[in-house]
Design a protein around this ligand. Sequence first.
Ligand SMILES: Cc1cc2nc3c(=O)[nH]c(=O)nc-3n(C[C@H](O)[C@H](O)[C@H](O)COP(=O)(O)O)c2cc1C
Length: 376
Amino acid sequence: MKKWNRLIVAGAFCFCFLTACQGTSEGGSGAVQSENAEETSQTEEVTQSEVEAEAEEPSEIVTAEEGTEAMRIRVRANGNEIIFELNDSAAARGLYDQLPLTLENEDFSNNEKTFYPPEALDVSDAPMADGGMGTLAYYEPWGDVVMFYGSYQPNASLYELGNAVSGSEFIEAISGEIEISAVEAEPAGGEGGSEQSGEDVLIAYFSWAENAVLEGEVDAVASPSVNPPGNVQQLAGWVQEATGGDLFSIRVTDPYPSDWDECLSRANEERGDDARPELAEHLESIDQYDTVFLGYPNWWYGVPMALLTFLEENDLSGKQVYLFCSHGTGGLANSVEIITEAAPGADISDQIFDCYEEDAPSSQGAIQNWVAELGY
Ligand SMILES: Cc1cc2nc3c(=O)[nH]c(=O)nc-3n(C[C@H](O)[C@H](O)[C@H](O)COP(=O)(O)O)c2cc1C
C-alpha cells in the first residue's frame, strides 16, 4: 500500500474528500480457444448493421480490391476504440468488404472479445494466428472474429486477420454493441494531410519531480515519484514528441519537500486553504494555442493547486483541452470536475488518458496511441 494511502487510513489528516476510483485494466492471460469447447455459449445470433449506407464514403476508403495500402479497421464500443491493421488474406478482405457492421460483443474465456460477421470468411490463404495480444483472428469452426487482449495458444482452426496498431489495451474493456468500420486511407504524401501540425498545440503539465527540492540522493522507495523524470513529466514528453507542440512545465516558486510525508502534508494544507501557489514562470501568451494538453498527477483526490493557478492565469475559453493524468490507486478521482470548474469556457474532451503511477514509465505506446486517435 502506498504511503499516501496509509496516511489516510491512519487519519493523519482530517481533510476528507469524496473519491471516485478508477481502476486500470491489465491484459488477461492466455486461455486457449479450443475446437472442443462445446460447453461454450456462443449461440447468440448476430445482428446486421443498421448503420446507414451513406455513413461510409467508398471513394475515400482503401478498397480491398485495390490492395495497395494497408487495410485498417476501427472497432468502437462503449467509449473504447481499437484500430486493427489487416493482412492481405482473402479472409481479411472478406471481413473488410462487409463493413460497416454493428454487432454484439460476446465475451469468451478470459482473453477474448468476439463478434460474428454475417458472411463466413474464406481462410484458404490466411496465416495461422500465433498467440500475441492484440491479434485479430478468425475462428473458422464458429465463424467468429476474435480480438485477443491476452496471449493465447495457436490453434489449427484459428487464422490471423491482422493486429491492433492502436488501442489494444482497450480490448478488454469492450462490451455491448460494437461498431466496426473501415479506416479512411491517409491522403497521398502523408505529411500535410489530415494530421495536425502541432504549431497551435501546448502541452502544459505539473510533475512533482520538477517541483521538489532535490538535495542529493532521494530515497526512491520512500519517495517513489520525486526522482526525475516524474511520471507526468515523462507522459508530457511523449505527447510533445507525438504532437510537435510546445512544452510548458508548471513550476512553483516555492518547491515542495522531496520527503513524501512532508510533501503530502503541504499539499493537503494547500488544498484545505484553497491556495494558489505562485508560479515560477508564466506563459507569454496562451492566445496562439488552439489545443492544450493538460497533464497532472492526482494530488489528494484532485489536482496540485498550482494547476489552478495556471488555469486562472491562462484563459482556456474556446480551446480544445485534453487531459492526461498519472495517479495511484485513486484514479482520476475529482480531478476532472475540479479542472472543469476552473476552466469553465474550455472544451474539455472526455477522451482522457490516465495511467497508474507504476505503469507511467512504460506508457509511451499507450499515450502516443491516444494522441494519434485524437488526430495528432
Ligand atoms: C502530494 C501527493 C498527493 C497524492 N495524492 C494522491 C491521491 O489522492 N490519489 C492517488 O491515486 N495518488 C496520489 N498521489 C500519487 C501520484 O498521483 C502519483 O504518484 C503520480 O504518478 C505522480 O506523478 P508525478 O511523478 O508526475 O508527480 C499523490 C502524490 C503526491 C506527491
